[in-house]
Design a protein around this ligand. Structure first.
Ligand code: ATP
Ligand code: MG
Length: 291
C-alpha cells in the first residue's frame, strides 16, 4: 500500500464535523499481520534516521511530535520503537506528569514552552499542554488547585484554552516548528486486556498503577473531552492523527509513516557549500596531504 496514503487515512486537519466514533481502534487498514507490517516499519525507521541527519545539518526546521492517549494505549512503546534509529543528539523526549509547585506558579503553557525543540531537532512530548483540556477538564478540582484567579476560570475557560493553544501552535508553525499530534485511539476492551496483563505477568507488574484503574471509570468523560479537543485544535499546520491503537504493530507503522511523510515534505537537504567554502576545503585537503 502507498504509505503516503496510509499517513493521510488518520489525518484530522480541520475539526468541523469531527467525531471520534468515525475512527475504529481496531482498524489495521490493508495490513493483515505484524510480520507484514514489520518490514515497512523497519524501512520507516531507517528513513527517519536519514532525514533526521539532514534536519540537523540544515538547522532550519524543528519537529515537535505530541503524543496523547488513555493509559496503556502504548505511548511509551511507540516512542521507543519508532525513534529507535534516530541520533539521540538531535532528539529529546519530555514526559509531562502532574505539574510541580514551581510549574503551578506559571501559566499553563510555560512548562512545555521550556521544552520545545530547537532548530534541527526533533522534540517528543509524552503528554503535553493538552492535559490542560483533558485531565483538568475531567476533574474540576485540579483546575481549582491551579491558582489561576477565580474570575478567570469561568465557563468559557475551555474555549479560551483552545484559542490560546491554537494561537500558540500557529506562532510555533510560523517560526519553523512543524507540529504533528497523535491521539493513540485504544478501545476500552483492549485497555482492560492490557491492565490484566500488567497484573498477571510479573515483568509487567511495575507498569501497573491503581490510579489507572480509577481513571478508567471516567472513560466516557475522557472520550468526550478528547473529541472536543481534536475538534477545536486540529489545523493544517498542527494536525491531529487519530491512530488506531488496539494493535501495537499497526500504531507503530502509522506513526512512523507520518513522521517520514512529514520530514519528506520539508524537502530537507544538506547545506550547499559555496565557492569560498569549496576553496577552503581544497586548501585544507592540500595541507593535510603534505603532513
Ligand atoms: P505511564 O503510566 O505509561 O508510565 P503516564 O504518562 O501515564 O505514563 P503517569 O505518571 O502514570 O505517566 O501519569 C501522569 C499523570 O499526570 C496522568 O494521569 C496525567 O493525566 C497527569 N497530568 C499530566 N499533566 C497534567 C496536568 N497539567 N495537570 C494535572 N495532571 C496532569
Ligand atoms: Mg499512567
Amino acid at each position: 500500500m502507498n504509505l503516503h496514503k496510509l499517513a493521510k487515512t488518520f489525518l484530522v486537519d480541520q475539526g468541523r464535523h469531527f467525531r471520534l466514533k468515525d475512527f475504529d481502534p481496531t482498524d489495521t487498514g490493508h495490513w493483515r499481520s505484524k510480520e507484514h507490517a514489520e518490514e515497512a516499519l523497519q524501512q520507516g525507521i531507517a528513513r527517519t534516521a536519514e532525514l533526521q541527519d539532514k534536519l540537523y545539518a540544515q538547522d532550519r526546521w524543528a519537529l515537535l511530535l505530541i503524543f496523547q492517549a488513555m493509559d496503556a494505549a502504548g505511548k511509551d512503546g511507540i516512542i521507543k520503537h519508532v525513534m529507535s534509529g534516530v541520533n539521540p543528539q538531535g532528539c529529546q523526549v519530555f514526559s509531562f506528569k502532574a505539574p510541580s509547585d514551581l510549574e503551578l506558579q506559571h501559566d499553563f503553557l510555560w512548562r512545555t514552552t521550556c521544552c520545545l525543540p530547537e532548530r534541527g531537532h526533533i522534540g517528543i512530548f509524552n503528554r503535553s499542554y493538552y492535559e490542560e483540556v483533558l485531565v483538568v477538564r475531567v476533574h474540576p478540582q485540579i483546575l481549582k488547585n491551579q491558582k489561576t484567579p477565580d474570575s478567570l476560570t469561568g465557563k468559557n475557560i475551555w474555549e479560551q484554552r483552545f484559542e490560546d493553544i491554537r494561537g500558540f501552535e500557529r506562532h510555533m508553525a510560523r517560526s519553523g516548528t512543524v507540529i504533528r499530534k497523535f491521539f493513540l485511539h485504544v478501545s476500552k476492551g483492549e485497555q482492560k486486556q492490557r491492565f490484566v496483563a500488567r497484573l498477571e505477568e510479573p515483568e509487567k507488574h511495575w507498569k501497573f498503577s491503581a490510579a489507572d484503574i480509577r481513571e478508567r471509570q471516567f472513560w466516557d468523560d475522557y472520550q468526550k473531552v478528547y473529541e472536543d479537543m481534536i475538534a477545536n485544535t486540529a489545523s493544517a499546520h498542527a494536525p491531529w492523527y487519530v491512530v488506531p491503537a488496539d494493535n501495537k504493530w499497526f500504531t507503530r507503522l502509522v506513526v512512523s509513516t507520518v513522521i517520514v511523510d512529514t520530514l519528506e515534505s520539508l524537502k530537507l537537504d544538506y547545506p550547499k557549500v559555496d565557492a569560498a567554502k569549496r576553496k577552503e576545503l581544497a586548501a585544507a585537503r592540500k595541507s593535510l596531504m603534505k603532513q
